[in-house]
Design a protein around this ligand. Sequence first.
Ligand SMILES: Cc1ncc(COP(=O)(O)O)c(C=O)c1O
Length: 459
Amino acid sequence: MKTIIEPFRIKVTEPLKVISRQERERALDKAHHNVFLLDAEDCCIDLLTDSGTGAMSTEQWAALMLGDESYAGSKSWKKFEHTVQEITGFKHIFPTHQGRAAEGILAQTRLQPGHVVPNNSHFDTTRANIEFVGAHAEDLLCPQGLDTQLDAPFKGNMDLDKLSQCLQTHGPENIPFCMLTVTNNTGGGQPVSMQNIRDVKALLSDYDIPLILDACRFAENAYFIHEGEKEFQEKSLLEIAQQMFSYADGATMSCKKDGLANIGGFLACNDDHWAQDFQNALILREGFPTYGGLAGRDLEVIAVGLGEALAYDYQVYRHATVEYLSKRLLAKGIPLVRPAGGHAVFLDAKGFLPHLPPSRYPGIGLVNVLYLEGGVRAVELGSVMFARRNEAGEETPAPLELVRLAFPRRVYTQSHFDYLIEVIGQVWEKRDEVSGYRITQQPKLLRHFTCHFEAIDAA
Ligand SMILES: Cc1ncc(COP(=O)(O)O)c(C=O)c1O
């Protein structure tokens, strides 16, 4: 059959309300034009994030009831540790309440002011955790990854020349570790090839610098490797994931993505000395090492979810969904990041709204008009999230102005996507009327979550 169907059927439903345009206008005003500040029930199709928003399977709901809530050495911890070790091969596993807690522990224990951390592209919380301890986060994405229109595989790869340059400029003594984000969320959800992971590892080995995977979407990345690198066509996604992790010395993970869970994460490593520091920080900030930041039932859910994320038919369906939306938007001439990423479709806000310069935040203009038009909630990945600011508050715009439509896992059906295509199509028709924005109030760190905006004319 040509039709790829959802590899599940629906057992529990959740009502979805569509409020009127006037109500949406009032809601957005009240939220200071920042969709993060909207009430979720005022959103019709909520594509703000794929993080923690997925639907659990019957196996996961059943596992929830098996949660062993013992403080130390619970059965649930054993299951969690066994599963994570089977997939990653790491010696030491530390459960955390979510990915950023793992990043925080890594940054606080390993970094000092003046240190540099290379990555293909740092996610916002990763960058913030690194900068919070006075270190510098450097993005070394391959040039193909910056060309939103180039339809090439593995655009999440790290640029090896830039990495080599970075190692020589800063010196290995100032680079306690290097990261690779699989898939590369910030750069359009693009995958990293096994060859690139190998090459990065080989280069780092010459300088004795550990490699840490930001593994949030490791299963989606494994699927891309299966489809795109001939050598892996006959391998299972589990075998591919195991090989990806085999080149790394540790990992940070948000189980809210490819753990198919609503909360959770982990930090992992092989080094005993690192593990001792991680354990001390974990006990201080998260909890006893056998539960970390999680309840026993969460550990159970994640143990099941990690396995389900590596099921081939699940990944085929997930990628088909992303393709479904992406193909239909491209057919309307709507500028997108190409090829489609693993967990989202990324609209190119610069191409969509060429009348708005980065200083007017075209991504926010697009996000807000999508909400007003059809109650669709998306997120800006552009200059609000990633611009660099100097002491005087002057901004260097982000290299890309994207709007991410992230797909919660196993949540929306084809008709939800058809509705979404209609909403985006209508916005495309009247794109010249979309206004830009300015920031009226912002916090020091991670401003996109809580800052306030005001609409301004395009000129
Ligand atoms: C690539 C990447 N790294 C880290 C994180 C942080 O994970 P969490 O939201 O669980 O703290 C995210 C979350 O979206 C992510 O996409």
